[in-house]
Design a protein around this ligand. Sequence first.
Ligand code: EPU
Length: 416
Amino acid sequence: MDMIKVIGGQTLSGKIHISGSKNSAVSLIPAAILSDCAVIEKVPKISDVNSLKEILEYLDVSLKFDGDKLYIDTSNMVNKDITNEYSTKLRASYYFMGALLGRFKKVVISLPGGCSIGKRSFDFHLHGFEKLGARVSNEGNLYKIEADKLVGANIRLPFPSVGATVNIMLAAILAEGETVIDNAASEPEIGNLIEFLISMGAKIEGKDTTRLKIVGVEKLSGGAIKVIPDRIEAGTYILAGVMNGNNLEVCGIRPDHLTSFFDKLKEMGASFEIRKDSVITNKVEHLKPVNIETAVYPGFPTDLQQPITTLLLMADGVSTLRETIYENRFQNTKYLNEMGANITIDGDTITVYGPTELSGKLVKTSDLRAGAALILAALSAHGETTITDIKHLLRGYSDLISKLTNVGAKIWLESE
Ligand code: EPU
């Protein structure tokens, strides 16, 4: 099995170019099946995209990559059951629920996979489909969702779930009449998807707000979109620069998507300069402790909670971090503590006692962003760190090793 090795303490300088957003790409690719053909630009090189590609090929969809451009042709597509073998490789396989239901009015699919960071139920998705007129049944892991026809409805989400907003939108686009989703998620990745759907002929109002109005159309055709820059990948490398940078420039980003993250870095006294589409970072000797609480967009992103924990270890004093989205997203703390950190967990909050010095150890990636937190720790630690179970990291960080090597990190892949 592959592992990543890092010798910490190197100064990072130069440029890191940010890839297309994972969480956009994984909704854009399934959404493409609502049209006869589509092109998606700036697709990240991550294993989640490969897993979606396998599902599309299984459904007889033709795919062609030209660099980071993905051409999708669905003219010979067939609707087949998506079983465990395909669905458990990633969370976003469940976007085929909304997309296949929209296109064929029927989908049979097993429960999705993804990071084990909490309950991650999808009851809002299923209630949304039912509101649109679908019948939902399940035998064990296998869900059958079908409808004679889908009819627009008013749906209020109990929580602004990203996944439920995407799935209900995908199902509603080809439904009869008008659907309103209230308390919808307004993450930038949803805006990216809306632009893509509109380019195919969908009628959607309310982009970047929590109220989406979708007027059903009979058919979608064509479709072109560029995936937005990955704000979480950008945040991860900005943290690397704040910890170890000497003019490290994180390029090709949307600074407006990272406002709450920058606010916390400012509060800590970090050195960074925001430019039009990049951020230049430098290491500073002293950082202030802060209190952080995760929230839906535009609040502090849960996906940067684990990575920023590593930075809090460098602060002069006690920081707290409250996780409000997931119940089990602190699995990184066990390994950080083994590397020399002092972090305690109390319910949904961790307390980080800084400053601490980290030493290289053998650690394991439990989930994607825990992996990012460990990479950041390894880059700052004394000595060599070995990170195992890296499949989680490869799901979400495009060209991780080469991006870090190019700016001076000592990091490489090894096979056992
Ligand atoms: N929830 C329910 N019922 C539902 C849907 C959600 O109770 O039907 C709860 C979840 O259990 C969770 C919370 O609502 O506690 C938030 O879930 P949401 O549906 O918003 O998250 P998601 O769609 O499963 C996406 C990203 C996550 C990111 C969250 C929040 C994708 C593929 N995943 O997940 O990304 O953390 O939104 O922004 O887009 C990551 O990239 O590391 C990652 C986990």
